[in-house]
Each structure stands twice: as structure tokens, then as C-alpha cells.
Ligand binder design. Sequence first.
Ligand SMILES: Cc1cc2nc3c(=O)[nH]c(=O)nc-3n(C[C@H](O)[C@H](O)[C@H](O)COP(=O)(O)O)c2cc1C
Length: 323
Amino acid sequence: MVGLVVETHCNFFAPLQYPGAIEAGVRVARVGTSSVRYEIGLFADAAATSAASGHFIHVYVERGTRRPVALPKDLLTALAPAADGSFTTQRFRCGGCRCRDHLAALGARASSTRRCRIDTVSDILRVAARAPSGTNTQPWRVTVLKGFALAELSRRVGQAYDDPVQREAHTQEYDYYPTRWISPYIERRRKVGWDLYGLLGIGKTDHQRMHRQHARNYKFFDAPVGLIFTIERILEKGSWLDYGMFLQNIMVAARARGLDTCPQAACAPFHRVIEEFLQLPAGEMVVCGMSMGVADPQAIENTLVTERAPVEQFARFLDCGRT
Ligand SMILES: Cc1cc2nc3c(=O)[nH]c(=O)nc-3n(C[C@H](O)[C@H](O)[C@H](O)COP(=O)(O)O)c2cc1C
């Protein structure tokens, strides 16, 4: 099943400025058997009248036949809070722990009204794509998920992870880590793991809580935006090197805009679920995921400061010249 936008319209009344604060209101104007009509209003900060208003209609169809299907129960549940026809707006304040609650809610509900900077993710990706790549090949491909799409992917991957039989059947397509660990990597890996679990009060034998903590990956840590990174299979190690630079640029560009990120290789073992949900072409594979939002400074796990080996341990400085 897939949702198609069959109608879209917008009236523009006044300019909006970048950078600037936008208040965006969304209401569910009509819920049909297989369609939903959403209405949108965009307001400049503190403005009483909208700068733009419009609507779009989603029709849900069966992917193969393109015949309309009944709205799924999950979507009806997600729409319910906004389906009373009222058009309310809610202030969204960036940079505080309240923000995290709002962001989390936005991830869970397709039709919330929040104030946020429009196109921030797109802007971050535009800047990040300035990353260098061998002969400017730019091997990255990104799917940005929000709202219902993010909630649905989280649900599907989470379900596969929670079921021991399914979990066993999902293996990664590429080796992120070595099959045989050696020093000093294994010690570093263990240390960061135990430091995190230590902060969370998870004991070394508490496998249930470890499982639940790892499962937070598949909820994208309650962030409002999840990104899935993919690459064409024919591309080689060099392109993966380029990819790392692109990922790092995204994380740095996000910080510059007051957002936090967590890259997630944890998504890789569930690539089949992701490929199906995103309808990826056969020639494309999942590299990793990433959560993006505003980190909750009150969350104990966010206080973890990871260690780094001193420069002398990983660098040597040779000087063949005369002194
Ligand atoms: C490509 C990549 C994949 C990662 N995957 C995960 C992940 O699946 N889950 C997670 O919680 N952290 C993940 N991390 C975060 C690392 O654990 C983290 O970067 C490392 O421990 C260093 O901590 P710092 O980033 O806070 O300095 C990933 C990092 C990278 C670069």
C-alpha cells in the first residue's frame, strides 16, 4: 500500500524570510474511506494572518494495482487527534528539553501543528553534499522520513528486531565490523558499551534491558526525522570513503543549525525491511540510518562523553629534512 498525493494547492499571500521562524499549522479536514485531505497554514513568527495556505489530498492505493484501499488502522489512530477539524497551532521552542517532547510527538503523529524552520533538513543535505568525492561522483542517496512514514518504518523494523526468529533471519549485507576482533578495538568497543549501560544502570547480565536499549535505535531515539542512506551496489570502497565525509558533513551542518544527530549502523541488518518499505531499486543497498532532532539534555545517556586515544597513539610525525 502506498499513499499518493492526487491533489495539491497553495495560495501565497505574503513572503516568508530565511532565516526566520515559521509557525506551521496542519489540520485533517476530511478523512474518507481511502483518502485524507490535509489543510496547511504557514505563519511568519507571531503573525495573525497566514502567509500561505493550501491543502493536499492523499489517496491510499494498493502498490501493484493502484486501486484505492481502506485507510490502515495505524494511520486512522495517528490522525485521530487532529481530525476534529480544528486548526490549532502550537509554539515550538528549540533548544530546551520541552522541545524534545514536541519533537517526539511530531514523529509519532502525522498531523501535528508545530513551529519549525522549513526545509532545514533539505538545507543540511545541500550543504553536506559539498563533501569531496573521488572524481566528484557524489555516491550518496538519502531518504528523509518524518511523521507517519517514520513511525511505520520504525514499527516494521522494531517488530523484526523484537521477534527472535525474525531477528535471526536478518543479517547485514556488508561487514561494518571485523569478524575477528583484535586489540585495541575490542577494548574500545567494550568500553563505550559498558560506559553507556553503566549510565543507564543496565547490568552486564540484564539482557532484556540491553535489548530494549538497543531497540531505541529502531524508534530513531524518538527524533522527528530519520534518514536512511543508500548507495549503488556497484560502487566500491572509495565511494564508501566519500560517503563517510558526506555523513560527517550532515552531522556538523545539523549542529550548526541547533540540531543533534546519531548515525545508526544498527539499521543495516534490517536492510530487507527497509528496502521493501522504501521500494529501493535492486541495485541500491542500505548503508546506515541517522536520527535527527534536538537532543534531550536531561537524558542520562546524552551525558556520555566518549574517549579518544591521544594523538601520539595513532599518529607519527616523520621529518626527513635536516634540522
Ligand atoms: C557510521 C556510524 C554508525 C553508528 N551506528 C550507531 C548505532 O547504530 N547506534 C548508536 O547508538 N550509535 C551509533 N554510532 C555512534 C557511535 O557509537 C559513536 O559515534 C561513538 O561511540 C563515538 O561517540 P561520539 O560520537 O559521541 O563521540 C555510529 C557511528 C557511526 C560513525
